[in-house]
Design a protein around this ligand. Structure first.
Ligand code: GLY
Length: 384
């Protein structure tokens, strides 16, 4: 995958503003790019075993003698734990990381969230750079400064807002991404169209195939539009007091399903968001908020790319009880005074925050959802 031009998207946050660079060949230029931004600051790199096998050598070589060393952690959600945070801080200090240094998070959302949190607390705050290597991390988790770890009570319940000082989204890294991970990341791309940009959703509807066909122009356009949308929201509402909640479209339903599935391979985060977004549209339609047919249109596009859209699409024979899902939704970080927050829709591209949804309406909706048949996309996917 080659593409010569690099687009710089600003995240405007006053004296904590930074750029997201989207382009090709950025890993191989990371040494120069970090020198341009941080002068002679020394660098420590954190990554996981899978990403290290593909990309760590390129970054280390490019950083040259400004690199203090690298830390390679096990892949997977389990790594976002207090134990690994403790280990990571200890190993960063053992590498001699100082307050003026830069810590690089090279990897997907797990590495970005954990490393960002370590950077937030190490020596009371060290600058960090996100080099996201998954589509999901490039379009969502690497931008906006949410960092943290999971606890026994749920995902991301301990963390901090700590903005990166630079994000390098190298679209070449997506060539090594498994197809399922690519689809899961694509759900977050679609999210930006659904929550606020009908024209973008329509472009995706018409032109999604090249995104999955290693077409650099199509991939760069999808990443750039997504990052620009996220940057605009984060600049308006860094700490999620209002508009930033819209980025959680599909997440209230989706998180509950993800938790029920045990954050396992059964249901990736992006897959849960895909089901959750389809559900947000079906719920909005059922409540008379958006015109009939919208939910079907959205689900059709998600299913076309091979994403699940209903609970019955989740692998395995067991299904969640409605009471279980309701209890899991009550754990949502957006719950205020016991009232659940939902991101609902008046149409494609017209999302809004609602605190008026009654538990009774959600319960009846989930009862109907559990009766919906599988969308059949898994069979279609298997034939590809
Ligand atoms: N992933 C949602 C946010 O960053 O606010």
């Amino acid at each position: 995958m080659t593409r010569t031009s690099t687009r710089k998207i600003p995240v405007a946050l006053g004296d904590r503003s930074y750029e997201v660079m989207v382009g090709s060949g950025l890993l191989a230029r990371s040494g120069q790019l970090l020198a341009d931004h941080f002068g002679r600051a020394r660098v420590a790199v954190v990554t996981d075993e899978n990403v290290a096998a593909h990309h760590l050598g390129t970054v280390i070589e490019s950083l040259g003698d400004r690199c203090r060393g690298s830390i390679v952690l096990p892949p997977g959600e389990q790594t976002k734990s207090f134990a690994r945070l403790d280990e990571l801080c200890d190993r960063l200090l053992a590498l001699g990381v100082e307050r003026g240094d830069v810590i690089v998070a090279l990897g997907g959302g797990v590495i970005g969230d954990l490393t960002g949190f370590a950077a937030a607390i190490l020596r009371r705050g060290v600058r960090f750079v996100q080099i996201p290597t998954s589509l999901l991390a490039q379009v969502d988790s690497s931008v906006g400064g949410k960092t943290g770890i999971n606890t026994a009570h749920g995902k991301n319940l301990v963390g901090a807002f700590h903005q990166p000082a630079l994000v390098l989204a190298d679209i070449d890294t997506l060539a090594t991404l498994p197809a399922r991970q690519m689809r899961a990341g694509y759900a977050e791309v679609v999210k930006y169209g659904l929550l606020g940009d009908l024209a973008f959703f329509e472009r995706l509807e018409q032109g999604w195939r090249p995104v999955f066909g290693n077409d650099p122009a199509a991939i760069a356009a999808a990443v750039e539009t997504s990052v620009a949308a996220k940057a605009a929201v984060v600049a308006r509402d860094e700490t999620e007091q209002g508009d930033r909640m819209l980025l959680n479209l599909g997440h209230t339903f989706g998180h509950a399903l993800e938790a029920w599935a045990g954050y396992s391979d059964r249901l990736l985060h992006g897959e849960a968001v895909a089901i959750g977004m389809a559900q947000a549209f079906r719920f909005s339609e059922a409540e008379g908020l958006c015109a009939p047919g919208m939910a079907e249109r959205v689900a059709r596009h998600l299913a076309d790319v091979g994403l699940p859209t209903v609970i019955a699409d989740i692998s395995g024979a067991d299904r969640p009880a409605v009471a279980t899902l309701l209890a899991l939704m009550a754990q949502d970080k957006k719950v205020r005074d016991g009232q659940m927050t939902f991101i609902l829709l008046r149409g494609i591209g017209q999302s809004f925050v609602s605190r008026d949804v009654t538990p009774d309406a959600v319960e009846k909706f989930l009862q109907r959802e559990l009766k919906l048949p599988a969308s059949g996309n898994r069979e279609r996917q298997a034939r590809r």
